[in-house]
Design a binder for this molecule. Structure first.
Ligand code: TAP
Length: 452
């Protein structure tokens, strides 16, 4: 039997061993899900809502336990991990409101009544990356369950533990057996079986653009809808008329949070040339104050990277780079990496490729048109920030930047009640927000003849 060894990224030491699921295990889980889904969809909407609220309460009661597990498995600072676990409960509570609000339409037609229904797909397969194991899973499973589907969830092999615990908590909360199952195994086996299995009727994939394209191609062959949340290279645009102190103080958090392993990381800072040097002066104390260390400590901003091989990949971006500022990190056996601010040109790899680590490229621009051109000079289009005191400019630039999630004078990306997702190579479809449960349904149109 093949096994997965789970490693604590703060120490580099293994601490858990798990069996790796086979294709036959996935098929058995899907068969259980098909049976569970029929009964779940037949429940009254209010009963599904109650069950999801019970699941949310159970998660709430286990926030501390889930958070500690995430610290160990993923190296997230304890404060962030608590936020993530509580967020899962909030997402469940929010979508617990959906079963009773999946409103169809009544469309005027001659000779009868025409009504639409939002029918669940059946079984939904959700494939999750290692960077935010709990939150990203919940963005899929909560609205999918609310809409009457069953869910099979594949966490990343590196970070399976909180997902497995959420599966146990679902059962403890009273969700039926088979309705929400967590299958731990490799992407090429478990993930691919979600794509090829005829009874998995929708796939949600979050991860790299490269694998996302492959998953989408497989789903196309099966005529299976797919939601893709992929990579990013988001711009943090700082205009000369911005509150520079505020913009500089916020910049490290926007890219170094979760050690930069965030699809929304603002990993390119575009600064208007006239304030470029002043901005770097202001950025220096903010980078020095960024605390990297043992993620179980309350006063830490950033933990280690997820693995030794990932750290190698991140470090390669600094080869030959013009490093303007460098933070600090502990020594020892964990996968530590000191944050870095690099001066770059638009064609440099550090300014173009997703690094997924605590490295940010700073580039100057001349005027508003130049800022928009540079911001859009990327295959990606996930997030971004605009710092300016001009309302007109904030509106113009936020409409012109081709990204799915933008913020002005702020770096906020995720609120579970607002839509989230990327343009261009950053994805397809949207998660979260008021419409997410509907995205897990197909519209059925029924005509009732009333002629005697
Ligand atoms: P990937 O290598 O793409 O892996 C993501 C998930 O897909 C993992 O569970 C992985 O399984 C699985 N997978 C791998 N190969 C597969 C295949 N052939 N078929 C089906 N599933 C497969 O990405 P990663 O390194 O884990 O995550 C980093 C990337 O995710 C970054 O590019 C980042 O931007 C992106 N990301 C995007 C978002 C949003 S919301 N847009 C959020 C987080 C991360 P195993 O690795 O366990 O084998």
């Amino acid at each position: 039997m093949s096994t997965i060894t789970v490693i604590d990224p703060s120490t580099g030491l293994p601490f858990h061993e798990l069996a790796r699921a086979t294709e036959a295990d996935v098929d058995a889980a899907v068969a259980r899900a098909v049976a569970a889904q029929r009964a779940w969809a037949a429940l009254a909407p209010g009963a599904r809502a109650d069950a999801l609220r019970a699941f949310a309460r159970t998660v709430e009661e286990h926030v501390e336990e889930l958070a500690r597990l995430e610290v160990r498995n993923s190296g997230h600072p304890i404060g962030s991990a608590r936020w993530e676990a509580a967020h899962v409960a909030q997402v469940l509570n929010y979508y617990a409101g959906a079963p009773e609000r999946l409103l169809g339409r009544q469309i005027p037609v001659p000779g009868g009544i025409d009504v639409t229904f939002h029918e669940p797909y059946g079984v939904v397969g959700i494939i999750v990356p290692w960077n935010f194991p709990m939150t990203i899973a919940s963005w899929g499973f909560a609205p999918a369950l609310a809409a009457g589907n069953a869910v099979v969830l594949k966490p990343a092999e590196l970070t399976p533990l909180t997902a497995l615990r959420l599966g146990e908590l679902a059962l403890a909360a009273g969700l039926p057996e088979g309705l929400f199952q967590v299958v731990v195994g490799s992407g090429s086996v478990v993930g691919q079986r979600f794509v090829s299995h005829p009874d998995v009727r929708k796939v949600v994939f979050t991860g790299s653009t490269e694998v996302g394209v492959d998953v989408a191609a497989g789903c196309a062959r099966m005529l299976k809808p797919v939601t893709l949340e992929l990579g990013g290279k988001s711009a943090n645009i700082v205009f000369a008329d911005a509150d520079l102190e505020k913009a500089a103080a916020a910049a490290p958090g926007a890219v170094f949070d979760n050690a930069g392993q965030d699809c929304c990381a603002r990993s390119r800072i575009l600064v208007q040339r006239s304030v470029h040097d002043r901005f770097l002066e202001l950025l220096e104390p903010a980078v020095s104050a960024w605390r990297v260390g043992d993620p179980s400590r309350e006063d830490v901003d950033m933990g280690p990277l997820i693995s030794a091989s990932h750290r190698e990949g991140v470090a390669a971006f600094l080869d030959g780079a013009d490093i303007a500022l460098r933070g600090t990190a502990p020594g020892g056996d964990g996968f530590w990496f000191a944050p870095a601010v690099v001066l770059a040109q638009p064609q440099d790899r550090v300014a173009r490729d997703e690094i997924f680590g605590p490295v940010v490229a700073v580039l100057p621009f001349d005027d508003e048109a130049d800022a928009i051109r540079l911001a859009n000079d990327s295959i990606y289009g996930l997030a971004g920030s605009i710092w300016t005191e001009s309302l007109g400019r904030a509106v113009r630039v936020s409409r012109a930047v081709k990204s799915g999630v933008l913020s002005v004078n702020s770096h906020s990306s995720v609120r579970y009640w607002t839509p989230f997702g990327g343009m261009k190579a950053s994805g397809l479809g949207r998660e979260l927000g008021p419409d997410a449960a509907e995205h897990f349904t197909e519209t059925k149109n029924v005509f009732f003849a009333t002629d005697a």
